[in-house]
Design a protein around this ligand. Structure first.
Ligand SMILES: C[S@@+](CC[C@H](N)C(=O)[O-])C[C@H]1O[C@@H](n2cnc3c(N)ncnc32)[C@H](O)[C@@H]1O
Length: 367
């Protein structure tokens, strides 16, 4: 019997993600819409399918992944209550034949596929009202034999380790695609939120949307920036990412020839080093613990710059969080070789992902 795996990605990254998935034997492309893509396998073995989902969700261009087990079509005359009934009955049917288990605590993730890239015309990813309404209906109609996870009524609580998530994705206006994924310590921050959308809203005083991508990156990477840590922010201007660090009580040196916003400059824990990276002596940054970088330059330039810092014997860097800009689609082809180079830097953990709030770039974390 065939089964399916679904993945979500930034709209426009489907082909790059397909290329990554081609590394898994036994998965064949099945269906794609901007931001949503499925693969088919004839493998009956549950371990194979679980392992395939784990590998898929760790791909650079995958934002979430899970088992896909059906589509519920919406007739014009149906309301959300009718659709919720259909979703639950499909879920109960699937329990007999798929990896869905009604006995593991169930949490519900509802979201709408959106073909718009974050940051385009002011759009920022969030869970739509329609998806929240469907969540509410599903919660009100939970079948008696289904065990719900603690707090599962609240769509804004993150999934916990051990939760079995029922994924309901409005892929088109009249189709809810159903899936499941399991959440544990290794499944990553994005597996805890509907559609991987980490619930962030740009604060009114944020000076750039870089705040969003570095907030998301800090949570995803597990890098713990503590009160009193000193951070170097390379390519800091106007200062949105620095604000995320300052809010955690860190001291920040912003290295950038550009203009830093006054509200960031006024923070007593912020220092502006108004230079390009090649104009400063690396050893002067002796107390730096973390480096974040967001320069609008080609990946090789970013990597050479970071190498200059981490190879300096006078610096003791605990970790890095940085963007690699993809000025065109072809630049994604070089990501495996960039990651190989980064893995040689000696950090214990290296991860890379095109985050929900990233645009034409990926985020890399080294710890
Ligand atoms: C996308 S913006 C950074 C946004 C910023 N991270 C924020 O949080 O608001 C890119 C910045 O990289 C800076 N940049 C580019 N090359 C640089 C270099 N060699 N040294 C320092 N900064 C550089 C630019 O001046 C520009 O301000």
């Amino acid at each position: 019997m065939s089964s399916f795996i679904y993945l979500t990605c930034q709209p426009g990254s489907e082909q790059t993600l397909k290329n990554e998935v081609s590394a898994i034997n036994g998965l064949r492309f099945a269906f794609s819409k901007p931001g949503f893509i499925t693969f088919k396998t004839d493998e009956d073995n549950i371990a194979y399918r679980r392992n395939a989902v784990i590998r898929c969700r760790d791909f650079v261009f995958a934002q979430t992944a899970g088992h896909s087990f059906g589509v519920v079509k919406v007739e014009q005359t149906e309301n959300n209550g009718d659709i919720a009934d259909k979703i639950w009955s499909r879920f109960l049917e699937s329990e007999k034949t798929t990896d869905v288990s009604i006995y593991a605590p169930i949490r519900i993730h509802c979201w709408e596929r959106c073909g718009i890239v974050a940051g385009e015309n002011g759009y920022e990813p969030s869970i739509s009202r329609n998806a929240l309404a469907m969540h509410k209906q599903l919660v009100s109609k939970v079948p008696l034999n289904v065990k719900m996870a603690t707090g599962a009524k609240d769509p804004f609580l993150p999934a916990q380790n051990g939760d079995n998530v029922l994924d309901c994705v409005a892929v088109t206006s009249n189709e809810w695609w159903l899936g499941t994924h399991y959440v544990d310590e290794s499944s990553g921050e994005h597996s805890r939120w509907a559609g991987g959308v980490v619930p962030l809203q740009l604060p009114a005083d944020a000076v750039s949307r870089a705040w969003l991508k570095f907030e998301e990156a800090i949570r995803w990477s597990g890098i713990e920036i503590n009160n009193g840590d000193t951070c170097l922010d390379i390519g800091a201007a106007p200062g949105g990412a620095s604000q995320a660090l300052l809010a955690r009580g860190a001291s920040v040196i912003g290295l950038d020839p550009g203009v830093i916003a006054p509200q960031v400059l006024q923070n007593p824990n912020f220092t502006h080093s108004r230079f390009r990276t090649n104009q400063v002596k690396k050893k002067t940054f002796k107390n730096i613990r973390w480096i974040i970088s967001d320069m609008n330059v080609a990946p090789n330039y970013t990597l050479e710059t970071l190498e200059d810092f981490i190879n300096n014997p006078e610096l003791k860097i605990s970790g890095l969080l940085f963007t690699l800009k993809l000025f065109n689609k072809e630049m994604a082809d070089s990501i495996p070789s960039h990651l190989k180079r980064i893995r040689n830097w000696g950090f214990k953990q290296v991860k890379a992902k095109q985050l929900i709030f990233n645009r034409q770039e990926i985020m890399v974390a080294c710890k």
